[in-house]
Design a protein around this ligand. Structure first.
Ligand code: PFF
Length: 513
């Protein structure tokens, strides 16, 4: 089978594809706001420490397991572990769930590009809330644009690993970078833009200037930074493992991981420098109080920033097209990694049976299957419909996030539960069931130093599982209402339970030679 299995055309092609997977909506609407609200520069340091001690460890592990087995997540985990074989399913269902809302958001980007193009041609201005209100309450339009986004992604993934995914990223990533620089220059030359930079970088400024009322405590900051870092680096969702499975033996996994982490963080910071100053400047210049400016999530992208472009005069829609174009590239490059991860299992299965030409058909079926729940998320319009989860359950008022709308519901299961749990289980599996040497032997093709080996073993055995328990608790506190203590206790029980499960009767299960 291996001979017919896809592979990257070059290491740089792999790097751009992996950076493409990492750079997505999370970088643009998640990172800058969370950084500003959670301590500015201090948050950045916490984030980077977590990225090095936890993110890099999981990334190297995923790449190693993928490259060692040359299989997609379900089969790869079945090959390396008996006790945790089911993590592979977690790493296939989670990308499916993410795609159900990521494609809707991609569809919104398409609608905003169309809107700004029309404004450019006909000069009709629309404010952010008018535009978004119209989109959210038009279920048919949302479903159609979601389907369009899905078709774009489908065609790229059908093209194959090197001539579809790699090619797209080789053009898309440099283009995104240039577009981002254009937006940064425009944003920073707006009056009052400096206040946005202060919000992002100066510790405590978010509270003292009145952007938020209260700074989060340290544990919340840890949970926020950890959750953001995992989502942003596409970790514990099978995507990095799948991309690693197409990588050549001679490539250096440690160096590659470091480059991906660096590039993803750099783009997140640059995205922040583009969007936050623009949003803040526009808000302040139009008489909004600082606390009234939406600086994160869908509102930032689709209301605040559309207002920025609408207020820029004739040239505004041109910047709108460039901006939503770059967000679209970021969304596609992430979505195709999710689609590839889901499809790869069935493509591999067919290859094992000697059928080499089934990629196109499998990707089509996967796209159609995603489209069914995605249509529900699209038609729901972030809870504008009558059939959001809480309404179906007959619950009104004070609704916790995970049943507030279908997007949050899907996000809760994937980003909230599957991701931190998957990372925790993977670390316990590598650290305590098998041996970290299995990963280090694979990394050895890039010849890791003794120092890295010690660092890796310590982190995978202790640091990652413990940090992931905190991240899991943090995510649960965010999604569900109720006392935080309960979620710490549940996470702690899961951690201890799985730790014992992994360690008892260990190492006999390791099967990969
Ligand atoms: N990393 C992407 C973002 O920051 O938006 C989202 C993502 C893509 C998560 C692929 C997980 C994944 F497997």
């Amino acid at each position: 089978m291996e001979n017919n299995r896809s592979s990257w055309g070059s290491n740089i092609g792999f790097l751009l594809a992996a950076i493409g997977s990492a750079v997505g909506l999370g970088n643009i609407w998640g990172f800058p706001y969370k950084m500003g609200k959670s301590g500015g520069f201090t948050f950045l340091i916490v984030y980077l420490l977590l990225a090095v001690f936890v993110g890099m460890i999981i990334m190297v592990s995923e790449l190693a397991v993928g490259r060692k087995t040359k299989l997609s997540p379900i089969d790869a985990y079945q090959k390396v572990t008996k006790k945790f074989a089911w993590i592979g399913w977690l790493a296939t269902v989670a990308p499916f769930l993410i795609m159900t809302f990521y494609s809707v958001l991609g569809g919104y980007c398409l609608q905003y590009i169309a809107l700004n193009l029309t404004e450019l041609s006909f000069g009709i201005g629309a404010t952010g809330s008018e535009a978004f209100g119209a989109i959210l309450t038009n279920p048919f339009g949302a479903v159609v644009f979601t389907a369009l986004f899905m078709i774009l992604c489908m065609v790229i993934v059908q093209g194959g690993v090197d001539s579809g995914i790699e090619k797209f990223n080789k053009i898309g990533m440099p283009a995104l970078f240039v577009m981002l620089l254009i937006i940064i220059v425009r944003a920073l030359t707006l009056p009052n833009a400096v206040d946005g930079l202060k919000f992002m970088f100066v510790p405590g400024y978010a509270v003292s200037a009145g952007y938020i009322t209260e700074a989060p405590d340290l544990i919340t900051v840890l949970g926020t930074a950890g959750g953001q870092m995992f989502f942003s680096l596409s970790l514990a969702m099978g995507a990095i493992l799948t991309y690693g499975s197409y990588l050549g033996k001679e490539e250096n996994l440690v160096k590659n991981s470091a480059i991906i982490v660096f590039a993803d963080t750099l783009i997140a910071l640059l995205a922040g420098i583009a969007v936050i100053p623009a949003a803040v400047a526009n808000g302040l210049n139009n008489g909004l109080a600082r606390g009234e400016i939406a600086l994160g999530g869908p509102k930032l992208l689709f209301i605040t920033l559309q207002d920025v472009f609408a207020n820029m005069g004739k040239i505004g829609p041109l910047f709108g097209v460039i901006f939503y174009g770059l967000v679209l590239i970021a969304a596609i490059s992430s979505a195709i990694s999710l689609m590839e991860t889901i499809s790869a299992h069935w493509i591999d299965k067919d290859l094992q049976r000697g059928e080499t030409d089934t990629r196109k058909r499998i990707v089509l079926i996967v796209s159609l299957l995603i489209m069914i729940p995605a249509a529900l998320v699209a038609a729901d319009g972030l809870g504008s419909s009558k059939f959001y989860p809480a309404a179906l359950l007959g619950i009104q008022g004070g609704v916790p996030d995970f049943i507030a709308d279908w997007l949050d519901f899907m996000d809760c299961w994937s980003e909230g539960i599957a991701m931190p749990l998957g990372a925790m289980l993977m670390a316990l599996m590598i650290g305590w069931e098998m041996s970290p040497d299995l990963v280090l032997d694979e990394v050895a093709h890039g010849d890791p130093s003794e120092g890295f080996k010690k660092f890796y073993k310590f982190c995978v055995k202790f640091v990652v599982p413990i940090v992931m328990a905190f991240v899991l608790a943090g995510q649960m506190i965010g999604f569900f209402s109720g006392s935080p203590i309960i979620w710490y206790v549940i996470s702690g029980i899961l951690l201890v339970g799985f730790w014992i499960f992994a360690a008892v009767g260990n190492k006999k299960d390791a099967k990969v030679e």
